[in-house]
Write a new protein. Structure first.
Length: 398
């Protein structure tokens, strides 16, 4: 089976997360992603991650899955020339360098599109390719702060925390992949030219910020940190259980709240003027949450979940990786797939999302060894003879 992007060639440049995750998403759906890495050391993601198996990071096999690794010294003119030759035969190039880096190497979009007018160039950076901040250093954490999500995350009496994953980078990469396939559709179906997909990390975060802009501009309200609740949306919170766990319950719709109250043995709540309507529950949110917490605190998490399931009330535990590996729904949906890694062996990881019924994506292999595909790409794609390739190695170009 081939993926829907089979036949699309992507040259992935850059490192760490924002660019490489974009490349991973495209590779998951069948694109041939040729990742360019510095000779000798490769992408820093080969070393990142707290845990290791067989001396190997557990992050790299995921972020580089389905990709081919080629080493090129882009600081040397000869390496730049080879990269340009690869891009000339590509559909997409993905980079997440600081703006201006590609131009210094003679690989700005104007230069590349002269030889390849259909090229789609995905450019992910902290602040985008234009504007007064474009040249500033920008990481995902800074984009999360500028995009607004850090300010609304956490509790109002504590400093804003970070989410436990690299959210800003991953969001920017996801929008970059969306931009790439949209630009390819425009080129292939509408007969358009190639174009630049320009994503600032802070913009990707901003895109998720709901109505925070008009709340300030039109109502003078700056949304702040509210902990585990949404103000005036009740009950919708994280509640403690007898066994020291927590359960998330969302029973804020009127009809759902009626079923919820009955499940708690408090059917009269649905008729009580303090709780009968959405606005009334919002006004009495704290006292309602206190009563619910008292009820959940006398029961195990499993008992609470079962009671909510029987009453058709949305509820769930806070899943850890252990829960994911043991959960029957995860198993039935194939959310975790195991792929053989040549060094580690069976390697479980999250499967491809979204799920396509006719042309699904697939994890075909884990992240490759550094320069594993040098001979294949240099020989078959660029047509370099073995003697030429050996000369490149001797000169430190690959």
């Amino acid at each position: 089976m081939t993926g829907p992007l089979d036949g699309v060639r992507v040259i992935e440049m850059g490192s760490l997360l924002a660019g490489p995750f974009c490349g991973q998403l495209l590779a998951d759906f069948g694109a041939e992603v040729i990742k360019i890495e510095p000779p000798g050391k490769g992408d820093p993601m080969r070393q990142w991650g707290r845990n290791r198996k067989e001396g190997k990071t557990l992050w790299w096999p995921i972020i580089a899955r389905n990709k081919k690794s080629v080493t090129l010294n882009l600081r040397e003119e000869e390496g730049q020339n080879l990269a340009r030759r690869l891009i000339t035969g590509a559909d997409v190039v993905v980079e997440n360098f600081r703006p201006g880096t590609m131009e210094r190497w003679g690989m700005g979009y104007e230069d590349l599109s002269e030889a390849n007018p259909g090229l789609v160039m995905v450019r992910v950076s902290g602040y985008g390719q234009t504007g007064p901040y474009r040249d500033q250093a920008g990481f995902g954490s800074i984009g999360e702060a500028m995009g607004g999500i850090r300010h609304v995350t956490g509790f109002p009496d504590r400093p804003p925390p970070r989410v436990g994953i690299s959210l800003g980078d991953s969001l920017a990469a996801t929008f970059g992949a969306l931009g790439a396939v949209t630009a390819l559709f425009n080129r292939e179906v509408r007969g358009g030219r190639g174009q630049v997909v320009d994503v600032g990390i802070y913009e990707a975060v901003l895109a998720l910020m709901e109505s925070t802009i008009p709340e300030y501009a039109l109502a003078g309200n700056v949304r702040g940190r509210t902990g585990a609740i949404l103000p005036f949306v009740a009950p919708s919170n994280t509640y403690p259980t007898e066994d020291g766990d927590y359960v998330v319950i969302g029973a804020n719709a009127d009809t759902v709240f009626g079923r919820f109250a009955k499940a708690l043995g408090k059917p009269e709540w649905a008729e009580d003027e303090r709780y009968a309507t959405h606005n009334a529950r919002g006004e009495h949110q704290e006292e309602l949450d206190d009563m619910i917490s008292a009820w959940t605190g006398e029961r195990t998490a499993d008992d609470v979940i079962e009671a909510m399931r029987e009453a058709s009330v949305p509820a769930g535990k806070l899943f850890t990786a252990r829960d994911m590996m043991e959960d029957p729904h995860y198993e039935a949906r194939g959310n975790v797939v195991t792929v053989d890694d040549p060094e580690i062996g069976p390697f479980p990881m999250q499967n491809v999302v979204p799920r396509l019924t006719e042309t699904p994506g697939e994890v075909r292999w884990t992240g490759p060894a550094l320069g594993q595909h040098n001979d294949e790409v240099m020989g078959e794609v660029l047509g370099l003879a073995e003697k030429e390739r050996e000369g490149l190695r001797e000169r430190g170009i690959v």
